[in-house]
Design a protein around this ligand. Structure first.
Ligand code: NAD
Length: 249
């Protein structure tokens, strides 16, 4: 048992990629963990898998209440579920904008609303949102996704302000391109997925993709009592993509 011993955690989108790595890391560090996902069939004990669609308020409420009952409370909420979208503002119809914002932004609102009554009863309450470097980087061909993650960043700061006097800390992680099933699905669409993966890695400052476990470690830190004075921050786990200027001006 380590820094999260005795704490109870919910992770949305925890059946794959960054969410699954986060759920496992929180568990290894001593927390009891419930995963809320569209498809929790891959979730294995000691993780508790629950079906939930963050785009559906009733589904979120039911899953959060079930998780809180099973775990006897909630101390940590990781709002990680998210979906992508490629293209410029000319490429996505309104319905697509509504869908991505509904999952990536309102999904956080719904889950947080359902979990707040439990978090208020915790003596070590923390929310960690999975944002992205897309929130601030100005990435090409990612207008809708970037706008959704920009909203996640602003929402994180606003939530941190609203709940700081209740003892609930709110932070986010900003992963760079991370090696998850999401990215594998994108690469699989290329003619030569392995060559594309190597090229993608070579474009990163460190010459490789971020791993899901590296993002999970940052989430676990922000969720832990070790970060007791940390709220309203965005922790980049991006191999230096955001902060480094590798070519001279
Ligand atoms: P992933 O596709 O591997 O996993 C996402 C999980 O979320 C899946 O298990 C999926 O079932 C679940 N999910 C999707 N929609 C849901 C919904 N409506 N309700 C409940 N669960 C839902 O993706 P990933 O790469 O691990 O991404 C996780 C998060 O990290 C996302 O918020 C994403 O925007 C963010 N992120 C990823 C990267 C990257 O390069 N992989 C970079 C920056 C940020």
């Amino acid at each position: 048992m380590t820094g999260l011993s005795g704490l109870r955690a919910l992770v949305t989108g925890g059946a794959s990629g960054i969410g699954l790595a986060t759920a496992r890391t929180l568990s290894v560090q001593g927390a009891r963990v419930a995963v809320l996902d569209l498809d929790p069939s891959a979730v294995r004990p000691p993780l508790l898998g629950l079906t939930a669609d963050v785009a559906d308020d009733a589904s979120v409420r039911t899953a959060v209440e079930t998780a809180a009952a099973e775990l006897a409370g909630v101390d940590i909420l990781v709002n990680n579920a998210g979906i992508g979208a490629a293209g410029t503002v000319e490429d996505n119809p309104d319905e697509q904008w509504h869908r991505v914002l509904d999952v990536n932004v309102l999904g956080i609102v719904r889950t947080t609303r359902a979990a707040l009554p439990y978090l208020r009863r915790s003596t070590s309450a923390a929310i960690v949102n999975t944002c992205s470097i897309a929130a601030t980087a100005g990435l090409p061909q990612r207008a809708l996704y970037s706008a959704s993650k920009g909203a996640v960043l602003s929402l994180t700061l606003a939530m941190a302000a609203d709940h700081v006097r209740e003892g609930i800390r709110v932070n986010c992680v900003n992963p760079g391109t991370a090696d998850t099933p999401w990215v594998s699905r994108l690469l699989d669409a290329a003619d030569d997925p392995e060559a594309e993966r190597a090229a993608l890695g070579a474009r990163q400052p460190m010459g490789r993709l971020v791993t899901a476990d590296e993002v999970a470690a940052a989430v676990a830190y922000l969720a832990s009592p070790a970060a007791a004075s940390v709220t309203g921050t965005a922790l980049a786990v991006d191999g230096g993509m955001q902060g480094l200027r590798l070519r001279p001006l």
